[in-house]
Every structure is written in C-alpha cells, then in structure tokens.
Design a protein around this ligand. Structure first.
Ligand SMILES: [Zn+2]
Length: 291
C-alpha cells in the first residue's frame, strides 16, 4: 500500500514538473476546449491517456446554434471536435483513446446516474482521473465532478481499487468576481502550480486559438501556469464551495437550484442501487463512439 501511495504521489510530482507519465490516466472534461484550457501545458506528458468528453459541445437550442453560425447541432459539434483535434496536435497530446458521450452541452446534470455508471466501467485499471472541480462555474463541469466522485466511490464499494481523483482548473465566481485558472481556496487541500516554459506557453496559446467557435476563452484564460490538486470529497446536496452559482449570474437555462435538485435525485438513485451490478460496456451504445 505504501509503495502504491508513493507511486500515486509521484504522479502528481511528475505532472507538476512536466515529466512523462506512463501510468494509465483518464482526463474527463465536459466540453471540447476544457482539456486545453485546464491542461494544455501538461496534456502531452501522458503516455497512456484516455480523454473523455462528456458532451458533444452543442446546446440543445436551435437559436443558440444559429447564433454561432451553424445550421444544426451536428454541424456545430463536428466543428468543435475538429478544433479539438487541431488543438491536441498543437499541444503534442497523443491520447491512446478518445471517448465522446454525446450529451447536449448544458444538460449533463440530467444524466448523472448514467454518466456515473459509464465512468465506473471505464475507470477500471486507471491510476488517476483528472476532472473539473465542483465550483458552481458551469453546470456540466459540476456534473463531471459529481460523476467522477461517485464512479470512484462505487468502484471502492465493489472491492476494486479506484483511481486517485485529481482536478484541473476552469472558472467560478467568488465574492462576485470571476476567477479563472485557479481553485476555490481550500486550506486543507492546496493546489500545486505547474509553470509553463516559453515553448509550452506558445503552444498553449496557439492551441487555444484553434477553438475558433470559442474565441472568448482567449480573453479569460492565461497561459503562464496551470494548477492541479487532489479532489476533495464534495457534498453535492449543498451549494458549491465558492458559495455562488456563476450560472445563475449568467442567466443560463439550468439554475443552481435546478442543479441541486437533479443531483439530489441522482444521489438517491445511486445510493439505493447495488454498485457491483453496474452495467457493462456493451450496455451503452455510445461506448461505440470511440473517436
Ligand atoms: Zn467547459
């Protein structure tokens, strides 16, 4: 056990130092661009990486899609994933596998049980899983934090060693200010800073520019450093730790109140079901959506 813990902690050290990591690692993000925003300077460190996109990156709102200049959700999604491919090439990332779950952008919280069960299957044998923090910044990011916490918990309850949960940064609101590229402060759980070299900064800047449909991100996110930390245990029946919902402030269709209601229902369902009777890969058709 001690040796295993050493290996796990050295994965964190290697990540911060920007060294190669050979352990099987899974990065789970909500949207194509989150991996570059949060981990663009380090994503090329992984030699055994599976990259999971939980949404197809397109909202279920025809007016929103038209506003972005596309005729259909499929066309918008396809453009976003082409941007992703280009960004990954620029960062030097070489995932062994990419999975896309195809839930609409903004609706992940409606599928928490299914998402958790899928990840439970996929996380077998994975050493570390890196995802968003629960921070009230975006409903889909929070849904990823939920599903990863409960997928790993169900593995433990099934007698299977779960991967270590880690987090990269996205954005959230604290004291009415938008914070990007850092974590909400937790004195018991520090964030570790990974400084990017000049070449890494240049690549990350270019990779972010590849997301032509999401040019706002260039204004919000810096490229000098990234932060990582171990994921704390979250209470998903309560308001996210920063104490505010950025999605309420932005007037998004799903409010913080809605999010908690859906999360509470999913928790009731997960807590009353047998974790050892999880579905197999074959039960989910879109597992075929290996890109
Ligand atoms: Zn996102």
């Amino acid at each position: 056990m001690e040796n295993l813990d050493k290996t796990k902690s050295s994965l964190r050290l290697r990540l911060i130092a920007g060294e190669k990591i050979f352990d099987p690692v899974m990065i789970i993000v909500a949207h194509p661009d989150d991996e570059t925003i949060g981990m663009g300077g380090r994503i090329s460190c992984f030699e055994s990486l599976t990259l999971v996109h939980a949404t197809n990156g397109a909202p279920n709102e025809p007016t929103e899609i038209r506003k972005s200049g596309f005729d259909s959700a499929e066309a918008y999604s396809s453009a976003r994933f082409s941007e992703l491919d280009q960004a990954l090439r620029i960062t030097g990332a070489k995932p062994l596998g990419c999975l896309r779950y195809d839930y609409p952008d903004g609706e992940l919280v409606l599928h928490l049980v299914e998402l958790t069960e899928r990840l439970q299957v996929q996380l077998h044998g994975v050493r570390a899983v890196i995802t968003h923090a629960y921070e009230g910044g975006h409903p889909d990011h929070d849904a990823c934090a939920f599903a990863v916490q409960y997928a790993t918990r169900r593995l433990t309850e099934s007698g299977i060693e779960p991967p270590r949960r880690m987090e990269f940064t996205s954005y959230f609101s604290l004291k009415e200010r938008l914070h990007a590229g850092s974590f909400w402060p937790d004195k018991h759980n520090p964030g570790y800073v990974a400084r990017l070299t000049r070449d890494q900064r240049r690549r990350k800047t270019e990779a972010l520019k590849a997301f032509k449909t999401q040019q706002w991100i260039l204004k919000v996110f810096g490229v000098r450093r990234e932060m990582y930390r171990y994921a704390p245990h979250y209470d998903f029946r309560s308001l996210a730790p920063p104490g505010a919902w950025l999605y309420d402030a932005n007037g998004w269709p799903i409010t913080g109140h809605d999010w908690l209601r859906h999360a509470g229902r999913a928790l009731d369902q997960l807590e009353s079901s047998d974790p050892t009777k999880s579905p197999t890969t074959r039960d989910y058709k879109s597992f075929d959506a290996l890109r």
